[in-house]
Design a protein around this ligand. Structure first.
Ligand code: ADP
Length: 394
């Protein structure tokens, strides 16, 4: 797996149970995954020799991020490496303009968009109205970096000028009026088998996914079917091998638009580690190794994942002590820490909480209770403060 982040770390966890060793290409021995797998190659994802060293003897060559240049992957394929997903698919997770164009050609719903090669393209797109616009770098963005939600057309023009001056390829989109963000996660094996988990609701704060509710509460059955069906169809049409996450907007009028694609384990699938029969990490391995895929059914009526995000003021209390307190108060919380140092705004772990049997994703009070516990647990781990003001010393 290329990249030694938390996704590789959790994929290794799944690999252990399958009797596999996940070799990772990590930048440093301290990387999240490099700390836990015995098979580490140190090097950069854009150094062909490092990629070659990582590929020696591997059954499959896969990714924990989308940044490996496709030309290098083509070279590896020519040398006999089994690259999964192949670069012909991966390009749609690397370049938002390529992705938007391809999806449009496939008849998938996308926000209105255009390529921007000069500032006047912004005005042409806005068409004289002060529309709500979004500027995006075609490549290299993640967690909201490289996305500008413009206040007005003048702001959009400024942002476009800045990107263009920096030599960055840009696209412009309408700002979608949305009810919420959803994600459809599926896997596809080279044999052509597909499997989908229930569609989830993803909650973002400052461009970062902070909470996932699985399945998405109060989601219309037809819309859920359409989202899952679309993700399976895209996995097929794009020739994905492994996981495909389709990030979606549910529009205020009840439609769906595709925002982004990812071809790797995804934040929206962390709930599956405890909340589904097969986790996304195991499924990714099954898919790239061309095993039959696992059962994706959920274990609880609702599972909520809350990310542990590094606090502005890092608590003095050690993480070990925070865990101790958390488990004392919420024994049901399933904690996954990434072995990363605490820095403000950095994802350092997540917590999964499963709702008890008999509940329903359409029962607002039930969902609110599971969410509250997951968020309370994650917030405690980040801040060493209880959201409800509870104190063990009282
Ligand atoms: P990244 O690649 O950094 O994850 P995204 O394209 O997913 O960037 O955008 C980050 C966030 O910005 C989205 O999750 C969404 O909240 C918001 N966003 C992106 N595009 C639009 C749009 N066209 N309309 C409204 N909000 C958008």
């Amino acid at each position: 797996m290329i990249g030694g982040g938390q996704l590789a770390r959790m994929t290794h966890q799944a690999a252990i149970a399958l009797g596999q060793t996940l070799r990772v290409l990590a930048v440093t021995p301290d990387d999240s995954a490099a700390q836990v797998t015995p098979d580490v190659v140190i090097g950069s994802h854009d150094d062909i020799d490092a990629l070659r060293r990582a590929a020696v003897g591997a059954d499959a060559f896969t990714f924990d991020h989308e940044h490996v240049p496709t030309e290098m992957l083509e070279k590896l394929i020519a040398e006999g490496v089994n690259v999964a997903p192949p670069p012909s698919a991966l390009i749609h997770a690397q370049d938002k303009l390529v992705m938007r164009r391809r999806l449009e050609a496939l008849g998938a719903p996308v926000p209105r968009f255009a390529a921007v090669t000069s500032v006047s393209d912004v005005d042409d797109f806005a068409g004289g109205t002060d529309s709500r616009l979004v500027l995006k770098a075609a490549r290299g963005g993640y967690d909201g970096r490289g996305v500008v939600l413009a206040r007005d057309t003048a702001h959009a023009r400024e942002a476009a000028a800045e990107y263009l001056a920096a030599g960055v390829e840009v696209l412009i989109e309408e700002k979608v009026e949305m009810r919420r963000e959803l994600a459809a996660l599926v896997a596809r094996s080279p044999f052509g088998q597909g499997a989908a988990w229930p569609v989830v609701h993803t909650v973002q704060r400052d461009g970062i996914c902070v909470e996932v509710i699985a399945p998405a509460p109060d989601l219309d059955d037809d819309l859920a079917g359409a989202a899952g069906g679309l993700a399976l169809r895209l996995a097929d049409e794009l020739g994905v091998v492994g996981l495909l996450a389709v990030e979606l907007f549910e529009t205020v009028d009840g439609g769906l638009l595709v925002n982004e694609l990812a071809m790797r384990p995804h934040n929206s699938g962390h709930w599956t580690m405890d909340g589904a029969r097969t986790s996304q990490f195991e499924q990714h391995l099954r898919a790239v190794l061309d095993y039959p895929l696992g059962d994706t059914s959920p274990i609880a009526p609702v599972t909520v994942m809350a990310n542990v995000i590094g606090a502005q003021d890092i608590p003095k209390m050690s993480m070990d002590e925070r865990l101790h307190h958390l488990f004392g108060r919420l024994p049901e919380a399933k904690v996954h820490l990434y072995g990363k140092g605490e820095r403000p705004g950095r994802k350092i772990g997540h917590v999964n909480v499963l709702g008890s049997a008999g509940g329903s994703p359409d029962d607002a009070a039930y969902v609110a209770d599971v969410r509250e516990r997951a968020v309370r647990a994650a917030h405690w781990l980040s801040h060493a403060e209880w959201t409800d003001g509870w104190s063990s010393h009282r």
